[in-house]
Write a protein that binds this ligand. Structure first.
Ligand code: PGA
Length: 253
């Protein structure tokens, strides 16, 4: 089946008020000429609202990089899914490896975030991926299985329609070392089979699985041409509008 490609920019803890607006405006301008690929940008929390104004009415959706899995409450410093909806977010990234590894987020906590986000009406980009040590120990499949099974616990086929999976090998994130198209395809096919067992084959067939990890204009096409690679979650290259737009265009071809 043909799934629409989905390219999302994860700006991480970069940009400032002015550069976030400029970057969003440049993406909006470039994407106006592209309609066969879904596009989203995920700025830091403080700039969500101003970027929301820039992308309003354009074919660029707004996403957040994280949330706390409660509607409201005494959770100093945290941001709720309803707040994200309130400022115009459609998507939220959950389970990014930087949060798993630097902030010790567990699969159980990530699963709570998935449920809270979906309950608030958001679409979820759930990140999974192995470390280099895990890959070298031939533990990639086991790890992906664990993160997917636990991250998607109690997720029905119907709920899965608002979930995107992002396969991001940790050793490829921000390192300039990307998975080969074959490695990506192998992991994506494995993930789709596993999700099929969890949520049913029909839902898994429709699931978009993005690849993430040093996606650049020069490697995007070969990754995006793989049959189970349905898009990209782009970090570093999403901070340069020209590079990000070149990756979006690679998603059309
Ligand atoms: P990168 O980041 O493109 O800079 O490797 C990807 C990500 O962390 O989502």
């Amino acid at each position: 089946m043909s799934r629409q490609k989905f390219i999302a920019g994860n700006w991480k803890m970069f940009t400032n008020a002015a550069s976030a607006e400029q970057l969003a405006a440049a993406v909006v301008k470039g994407v106006a000429k592209v309609d066969r690929v879904a596009v989203a940008v995920c700025p830091p929390f403080p700039y969500l609202e101003r970027v929301a104004q820039v992308v309003k009415g354009a074919a660029v959706a707004l996403g957040a990089q994280n949330l706390y899995p409660e509607k409201e409450g005494a959770f100093t410093g945290e941001v709720s899914p309803t707040m994200l909806v309130d400022v115009g977010c459609k998507h939220v990234i959950v389970g990014h490896s930087e949060r798993r590894h630097k902030l010790a987020e567990s699969n159980a906590f990530i699963n709570k975030k998935v449920h809270a986000a979906l309950a608030a009406g958001l679409h979820v980009i759930l990140c999974v991926g192995e470390t280099l040590a895990e890959r070298e120990a031939n533990a990639t499949d086991r790890l992906l299985d664990e993160q997917t099974t636990q991250g998607l616990a109690e997720i029905t086929a119907e709920m899965l329609a608002r979930v995107v999976l992002a396969y991001e090998p940790v050793w490829a994130i921000g390192t300039g070392r990307n998975a080969t198209p074959e490695q990506a395809q192998q992991a994506h096919a494995f993930l789709r089979r596993r999700v099929g067992e969890l949520c049913g084959a029909a839902a898994a067939e429709k699931l978009q699985i993005q690849y993430g990890g040093s996606v650049k204009p020069d490697n995007a096409a070969s990754l995006l041409h793989q049959p189970d690679v349905d898009g990209a979650l782009v970090g570093g290259a999403s901070l340069k509008a020209d590079d990000f737009l070149a990756i979006v265009r690679a998603g059309i071809g």
